[in-house]
Write a protein that binds this ligand. Structure first.
Ligand code: COA
Ligand code: ZN
Length: 217
């Protein structure tokens, strides 16, 4: 909480894969370099590199430290491999990527951010059976843009499980709103995308949308 305002501030930094430059890789640690090398597709590499770079540079600016010296951990709670939620001492983070967009949320409170490009080709009914509650499926049936309506539910649920850190271990059908102690909001991004943010905080939220170009120069 910001003690002056009684509000919970969350910065959400948005970048696009077109902003990525090879030289960003120089600031990555050994784990990140290994993960970067393991991606086969160029756009997966670009999304991952951009996410790492936005995280490092926004923390570098906050802490007045070089981006390469920021110590991040990504230990998976399930298997111990470094592909879990990104963590740093002194701040709470959440990273998301889809299509052209990369988002990073940072706050003093646990956060979960999810963006998805709406894919009109998805099997809405199949996915809905796996991830939506019965009342959500009933509401979805009345929508005239079912892919977008489904993806909106999906990003809200993902935001929640990313804020708790539980990831897809949680049965998404059981998440029909923010759990006790959390707040959940939809965020505006590009028209083809939907995004949601979950925050573990009681005080009202102030969400500050930031353009990653500020830290990518
Ligand atoms: C990660 C997850 C929460 C979201 O994935 P997604 O919507 O496909 O992808 P997003 O781009 O929105 O999010 C990816 C980011 O989530 C973060 N993340 C990974 N696991 C996370 C978790 N348990 N909680 C919160 N954040 C997590 C990472 O920072 C990752 O970014 P990175 O690629 O820079 O490391 C979800 O897909 C999941 O739980 N996946 C785990 C599935 C799996 O096979 N895990 C391995 C278990 S051994
Ligand atoms: Zn794992």
């Amino acid at each position: 909480m910001d003690t002056r305002t009684g509000m919970t501030e969350v910065e959400v930094w948005w970048g696009r894969i077109g902003q990525v430059r090879d030289e960003f890789a120089a600031d990555l640690d050994a784990v990140e370099r290994q993960r970067l090398a393991a991606y086969v597709r160029d756009d997966d590499k670009a999304r991952f590199l951009l996410g790492c770079t936005i995280v490092r540079r926004l923390l570098a600016a906050r802490l007045s430290l070089p981006a390469a010296s920021i110590e991040l951990t990504r230990t998976c709670a399930d298997c111990g491999k470094p592909h879990g939620k990104v963590r740093v001492d002194g701040a709470e983070l959440s990273v998301t990527h889809s299509g052209e967009l990369v988002g990073v949320a940072v706050s003093d409170h646990p956060v979960g951010l999810d963006v998805e490009k709406v894919d009109l080709g998805i099997d809405v009914d199949g996915l809905a059976r796996l991830s939506l509650a019965d009342e959500e499926i009933a509401t979805l049936a009345k929508s005239d843009d079912r892919a977008r309506a489904f993806t909106t539910y999906w990003t809200r649920k993902e935001a929640v499980v990313k804020a708790t850190g539980d990831g897809l271990r949680t049965d998404l059908r059981t998440i029909t709103g923010p759990p006790a102690g959390f707040q959940l909001v939809d965020l505006e991004t590009d028209t083809e995308y939907v995004a949601a943010l979950a925050v573990m905080a009681a005080e009202p939220l102030v969400v500050l949308a930031k353009d990653a170009a500020q830290v990518l120069i």
